[in-house]
Design a protein. Structure first.
Length: 268
């Protein structure tokens, strides 16, 4: 059982809740842990986080009791190997549209005989080689490292059965990109998107796959009804923006109230 599946098994039927980090901020990660988030998503597709920073974030998250997911931009050997050596619990790749892409991820993320992951014995993922047997530890890691593939295009939806049936990976549904691909950009509660999401979940469950997604607060109820296993429900930038907006509005409202009270003069 991989680490994600193990955490889900302990969650009493409720989805795990996660938060994403789009920049290197140990403080946000630690706050997330104290608040009770169970998984940290380290974003390396869109964000400028380096592999060195990703490894540090994995260390911090592990020390805080959270699982880590690194999203890399593709399943190229270099991308997969460097992410894997950081020692995350989960590796995720976006925009998967064919079984061949899934096979590439599996090939580079699993040690022989399951795959062709390079034999590098001193990485964080292998405890820097401080183990009784490196090869035994590699085989253990083959079973523990969770792999996610993102379904987020119409093309992926058209090939959903073939993609999801590949063993060894679980499913991440990307609602924003999927909505755009279906012709309803920004409309993540559109019936077309919800119907597609339900279809993906049905196929995933048929093949005993875990299901992960990320969305905003307005869509939490839709995904909760679908019974997903892990919900990424915020990120560092959203939290920073929301906190700043709240402080700004509260201060502006107080200033306006004080002005109105001054204009009205003293009460009789």
């Amino acid at each position: 059982m991989n680490r994600l599946a193990h955490a889900i098994s302990l969650a009493d039927g409720k989805p795990l809740l996660g938060a994403a980090v789009y920049f290197y901020d140990p403080i946000f990660l630690e706050i997330a842990a104290h608040l009770g988030f169970k998984v940290i998503w380290i974003e390396m597709e869109h964000a400028a986080i380096t592999f060195a920073e990703a490894a540090d974030l994995c260390r911090m998250a592990a020390g805080s009791g959270m699982l880590t997911m690194i999203r890399i931009p593709d399943a190229r050997r270099e991308s997969v190997l460097k992410a894997a050596e950081c020692g995350p619990d989960i590796i995720d790749i976006p925009m998967v549209e064919s079984p061949e892409q899934v096979a590439e991820l599996l090939r580079y993320s699993r040690f022989a005989p399951m795959g062709e992951r390079g034999f590098y014995s001193v990485s964080r993922s292998l405890k820097y080689g401080i183990v009784d047997s490196v090869t035994d530890e590699q085989q253990k890691l083959n079973g523990e490292l969770a792999l996610l593939i993102q379904i987020e295009t119409k093309e992926a939806l058209d090939n959903i059965e073939e993609i999801v049936s590949v063993p060894g990976v679980d499913i991440f549904i990307g609602p924003a990109d999927l909505a755009a691909s279906l012709g309803v950009p920004g409309q993540t509660a559109h019936p077309l998107l919800l119907e597609a999401a339900a279809q993906i979940v049905r196929v995933a469950r048929k093949h005993n796959k875990k299901v992960v997604t990320a969305c905003g607060a307005a869509d939490f109820i839709h995904w909760t009804r679908l019974g997903i296993d892990l919900l990424f429900c915020t990120n560092d930038i959203v939290c920073l923006r929301a906190g700043a907006q709240l402080a700004l509005k509260s201060a502006a409202d107080a200033i306006q109230q004080a002005r109105e009270e001054t204009a009205a003069g003293p009460k009789a």
